[in-house]
Ligand binder design. Structure first.
Ligand SMILES: [Zn+2]
Length: 416
């Protein structure tokens, strides 16, 4: 029965023909999210039309199950879901801080989908719970068109048509006009790191990488705790949520406007600094420093969060989140679990017979897939797939087998 339902679902997913429902542009819906640790209210900011649809025209329904929330588009006439995508938000991260228990705050957010031909209903939800919905008739809505881009873009690596390849956009932050050469050199270096790292290296010919030449008035990035405030293109800042190394982009509109004229499925923000720090939020952005001794690690690690929905597997470092993963709830991320039974563990089919569950941290299990205790900021009751992984330790370790598989899944999702 379950098999039949699954087969039916897959047939329905494949059955949605892009040209029946969409035109080759992007509808971008900007919104505000307000709330506290338990409450979330979403309100509309504005609807914007972008010239290109860079996402897949085949994979319109998100089959990965990744993400804290989901945007779903329903075709009004047929009541059919014609697009969906999972994502997380900076608001969602803030909700887990102590500050969210004593006050309300507002964050800006964006969802994007192919531009519909007919009236649709946009729904944002968590599971069956609806957080926001609105009807959008493309013939009546006055979608705002952005001014033509003032920023040139460069193809750092090109494999072909946007909708048939994974499009990665690099937005530089804190580079002045006089640092243009460094900006291009840094972006080329990261392109090299990405294309030579597994599993991205296997899919080189399915990836496009773009750089938008975005200049800042001042060099570097803001660091409020040190009294450093910089006039930069994207308004990025260290010390988000009072975490020293947490470098984020709260000014979402600036980021989205800077990216709007280039094909993109996933955003990288390369920050001209030698300070250690960064961030990665699923389907938002990955942020990394240009010149830190760990910069290639931070880059790939944060991209693991933002692109492939990977969780942090480490549990020793101090973070300001309280109960990031509530007890008793299975996290959605593919590389951590609260389950102890082989058939419930997401990667259970990869655990060889004879490997004990949970798996002790012994030399003999070093290269084996198992169930290792300690993950997602918790030393107890949360488990990771292998002893080491780029989502676990700082340095040159590769991604574990499970993380690699998730990255591959996402590359295929965008490039089919
Ligand atoms: Zn891993």
């Amino acid at each position: 029965m379950i098999f039949n339902l699954l087969a039916l679902l897959i047939t329905q997913i494949q059955d949605i023909k892009f040209d029946d429902y969409f035109v080759d542009k992007t509808m971008r819906v900007d919104m505000y999210i307000t709330g506290n640790h338990i409450e979330e209210v979403i309100t509309l900011d504005e609807i914007i039309v972008e010239d290109i649809w860079a996402g897949s025209k085949t994979n319109l329904i998100d089959y990965t199950g990744y993400g804290c929330e989901q945007v779903r588009i329903y075709h009004t006439k047929s009541s059919r879901m014609i697009y969906s995508r999972g994502f997380c938000t900076l608001f969602g991260e803030w909700q887990t801080t102590d500050e969210a228990k004593v006050m309300k705050r507002t964050f800006h957010n964006t969802v994007r989908f192919p531009y519909p031909k007919d009236e649709v209903e946009l729904v944002i939800g968590v599971g069956q719970k609806k957080l926001f919905s609105m009807k959008i008739d493309p013939l009546k809505v006055r979608a705002k068109k952005l001014n033509p881009s003032r920023h040139e873009n460069i193809k750092l690596h090109y494999s072909g048509e946007c909708s048939k390849n994974l499009d990665i956009i690099i937005l530089p932050e804190g580079y002045t006009k006089t640092e243009e050469k460094k900006m291009i050199k840094d972006a080329e270096r990261y392109t090299g790191i990405l294309l030579s790292s597994e599993p991205y290296s296997y899919f080189k010919n399915k990836i496009n990488i773009w750089l938008v030449k975005l200049f800042s008035n001042e060099s570097g990035v803001s660091e409020p705790r040190k009294g450093i405030y910089k006039d930069t293109a994207l308004n990025l800042t260290f010390n988000t949520f009072e975490i020293e190394r947490y470098l984020t982009a709260p000014d979402n509109k600036r980021v989205r406007n800077a990216a709007a004229h280039t094909c993109y499925d996933t955003i990288l923000i390369m920050v001209n600094t030698n300070r250690y720090g960064g961030a990665g939020i699923f389907n938002q952005w990955a942020i990394f420093p240009s010149d830190n001794e760990y910069d290639d690690y931070v880059f790939l690690h944060e991209l693991g969060h933002s692109f492939a929905g990977l969780a942090d597997e480490y549990y020793t470092s101090k973070v300001a989140y309280s109960d990031f993963y509530p007890k008793g709830l299975e996290p959605w991320e593919p590389n951590i679990t609260a389950y102890l039974k082989r058939d419930e563990i997401k990667w259970g089919n990869l655990i060889k017979k004879g490997i004990p569950i949970p798996t002790p941290e012994k030399e003999e299990y070093k290269n084996q897939v198992g169930l290792f205790e300690g993950a997602g900021y918790a030393a107890k009751d949360l488990y990771r797939p292998m002893m080491d992984c780029k989502m676990f330790s700082k340095g040159s370790s590769p991604f574990c087998v499970v993380c690699k598989a998730s990255i591959e899944k996402m590359i295929k999702f965008y490039s089919e």
